[in-house]
Design a protein around this ligand. Structure first.
Ligand code: IPM
Ligand code: MG
Length: 420
């Protein structure tokens, strides 16, 4: 591999970072994260961009339903992502059954060829694990991010010639209504995600890489993934790294039984989608699950969680996922110490367990607080506690200024895109 793709292409003294509050509670989590990030005096210039359901609605209002220019991502946003060193994105809202609607993040993954979806799942020492025996989990999942059933090559109704393509289709002829989604793998696609996983293991001193597949049944696509994995694994034996290939259903089971046995997992898009949600539940739940979509030229960091529309603009969501996502972005930019401070401060706030510093999900799921509704901190209260841990000398008036700035930066009544 020519360069470490998990790091920004060019190191700079100051970076331009595009931030996208997304939809609904995405605005709350981004505002919370910014309270912390703005208090840290980072060498970052922030550029706001919007995408998601809010942009879909705006474009439909502007161009009219059915116009091909309607989209969840405005051209302005694409330009801002392209001209930034990295992008930090909060959750977006997807609605099924809306004609012409395409997920904003899926479009960005393909457009910018963000072929790595990096999803760490790590037990925070002061949060604990919901699992028996409180296992210490520290695994990193490399999910292929551009191929597989996410290729968006789908048919419904099925053109007649598709029934003739393969004798296996014969029995579907009599089934009447049939839909097909193609599961496309390329050897280039398999090899680059597998190599990224092994390179990561090598550079972080990890000794095992698991490849989760279903080559025993899905022989061509997963067969390709498994074959390439075993080939690449041989190259890394000399570094003391063992490659283990495993059926994805077995992984789903073993992750619950023996999660501490996993260090690095590499897998295809759909299996990675599922296994990463599972892995996040074994640690802190979606309130703590970060991720990064990374390609050769840029990266978009987004938490795994959804935008929780029912809590939109109520500041209920945990800011930690967005902050751990910010940590990943800071590490991408080479600002590792700042990133580690954020994780340390989250742990400290969890450990101290002071009133009005923890969001409802933590009190309900990890602290057994029967009064979790009433005792819950808001997104901003928890973020403030984290910011104060990082910088104890923050004065009240500076904090108020920072909060006001973060609020202004995430004003959900003023979005950017589809301007005249
Ligand atoms: C994720 C999400 C997305 C995915 C959705 C929102 C398109 O579940 O990032 O895991 O399926 O990849
Ligand atoms: Mg998912």
């Amino acid at each position: 591999m020519s360069r470490n793709v998990l790091k920004v292409k060019e190191r700079k003294d100051r970076y331009k970072v595009c931030y996208m509050p997304g939809d609904d509670s995405g605005f709350d989590m981004m505002e919370g994260a910014l309270v912390v990030l703005l208090s840290m005096d980072l060498p970052i210039d922030w550029v706001r961009a919007d995408l998601g359901w809010c942009m879909w609605e705006k474009s439909v209002n502007k161009f009219g339903q059915g116009d091909p220019r309607c989209n969840t991502v405005p051209p302005e946003t694409i330009d801002k992502i392209r001209s930034s060193d990295a992008t930090l994105m909060a959750a977006i809202t997807s609605k099924s059954g809306v004609k012409g609607f395409k997920s904003a993040i899926l479009q960005m993954r393909q457009l910018f060829d963000l072929y790595i979806n990096l999803r760490p799942a790590k037990t925070l020492p002061d949060l604990g694990s919901p699992l028996k025996g409180d296992p210490k989990i520290d695994l990193v999942l490399f999910r292929e991010n551009t191929e597989d059933l996410y290729s968006a090559v789908e048919f419904h109704p099925l053109p007649e010639e598709m029934f003739n393509l393969h004798k296996g289709m014969e029995r579907f002829r009599k089934m009447g209504d049939v839909a097909v989604s193609w599961r496309v793998f390329s050897s280039v696609g398999c090899e680059r995600i597998i190599r990224a996983a092994f390179e990561y293991a090598k550079s972080t001193g990890r000794t095992k890489v698991h490849c989760c597949n279903k080559a025993n049944v899905i022989r061509e696509t997963d067969g390709m993934m498994k074959r390439i994995f075993l080939e690449v694994a041989k190259e890394y034996e000399q570094y003391g790294i063992t490659g283990i290939e495993e059926n994805a259903d077995a992984t789903a089971m073993w992750l619950i039984k023996n999660p501490q046995d996993y260090q690095v997992i590499v897998t295809s898009n759909v299996f990675g989608d599922i296994l990463s949600d599972e892995a996040s539940q074994l640690t802190g739940g979606l309130g703590f699950a970060p991720s990064g979509n990374i390609g050769e030229n840029t990266a978009i960091f987004e938490p795994c969680s959804g935008s929780v529309p029912k809590y939109a603009h109520q500041y209920r969501v945990n800011p930690s996922a967005m902050l751990l996502t910010s940590k990943m972005m800071l590490e991408y930019l080479g600002l590792d110490q700042a990133g580690q401070k954020i994780e340390w401060a989250i742990n400290e706030v969890l450990k101290e367990n002071r009133p009005k510093t923890l969001t409802y999900d933590i009190l309900r799921d990890f602290r057994n607080d029967p009064d979790w509704e009433r005792n819950a901190a808001s997104t901003i209260e928890m973020a403030t506690a984290i910011a104060q841990k990082i910088n104890p000398s923050l004065t009240d008036s500076t904090l108020e200024d920072i909060k006001a700035k973060a609020r202004e930066m995430c004003d959900w009544t003023k979005t950017f895109g589809f301007e005249d």
